[in-house]
Ligand binder design. Structure first.
Ligand code: HBI
Ligand code: FE
Length: 261
């Protein structure tokens, strides 16, 4: 895309997100980068693989993310597109909410064009490609979760337009990013932030001094969150299907009412 057309999207609320997209440049990843992916992948699957919700486990397999080395987006998108019509695009880092939601609404997901270094294995603030691909992309291969995400994107764009973007960001955060879920009678990881974090993932489902509360849209919109540390509490989708249904059917007026004191 030539710079001129990039600028054309600058102020376009629907396609402004395109200015964040960069080439993945997969050929530029070093042997060490690929080694870090393999190390993180193997360690994460061993530590929390059985604690991921079934849809995420299925997505890891369907998209063959266990293949050695950092996934190449062309191959990944061939499988992901065939499954649910989603496309992963490379971005340099955290995308502002209004552009992020606009991407989700168009079934596009941002994945970092970099991976953490060996000395950052356990935690880094900026979402790298391991967080985005291992954490988020598997659920995009699931028909139910991927439809929910594009609907959340549409709702998020509407909310940002009205200055209430925070409400949808909180619903997203307490489910898709850091939510837990009860599935097959056990506590499992729903959120990508937990799925991709070696330290926090296990603690969130096994820790005994962790605060967990049932997920509801009201609890989500009323619970601020932190980007820069372990979460102080986790919301649990006690019935995953009905929680996903409630999020799918949420509307902005309802979220504003639930957030009002
Ligand atoms: N940007 N690259 C990237 N990856 C994310 O996971 C991400 C983001 N921007 C916002 C976001 N996630 C959400 O957590 C909410 O802030 C909407
Ligand atoms: Fe994320």
């Amino acid at each position: 895309m030539t710079p001129a057309t990039n600028l054309a999207f600058q102020d376009d609320p629907i396609d402004g997100w395109r200015r964040h997209v960069v080439p993945q440049n997969w050929g530029h990843f070093t042997a060490d980068d690929h080694m870090v992916w393999d190390l993180l992948f193997e360690r994460q699957v061993r530590a929390i693989g059985p604690r991921l919700i079934e849809a995420s486990r299925r997505g890891l397999d369907l998209l063959r993310l266990g293949h050695p080395g950092i996934p190449e987006l062309g191959e990944l998108n061939a499988r992901l597109g065939a499954a649910t019509g989603w496309t992963a695009v490379a971005v340099p880092g955290l995308i502002p909410d209004e552009d992020f939601f606009a991407m989700l609404a168009q079934r596009v997901f941002p994945v970092g064009n970099f991976i953490r270094r060996r000395d950052q294995l356990d935690y880094l603030q900026e979402p790298d490609l391991f967080h985005d691909i291992f954490g988020h992309v598997p659920m995009l291969a699931d028909p139910t979760l991927s439809s929910l995400l594009s609907e959340l994107g549409r709702l998020g764009v509407e909310a940002c337009d009205e200055g209430h973007g925070e409400l949808v960001a909180r619903v997203y955060w307490h489910s898709i990013e850091f939510g837990l879920a009860r599935e097959a009678g056990e506590l499992r990881i729903l959120g990508a932030g937990l799925a991709s974090s070696f330290g926090e993932g296990l603690v969130s489902v096994e820790g005994d001094r962790i605060e967990r509360r049932p997920f509801s849209l009201e609890a989500a919109v009323r619970t601020p969150y932190r980007h820069d540390s372990f979460q102080p509490l986790y919301l649990v989708a006690e019935n995953l299907d009905s929680t996903l249904e409630a999020i799918l059917n949420a509307d902005l007026e309802q979220l504003k009412r639930l957030a009002a004191d």
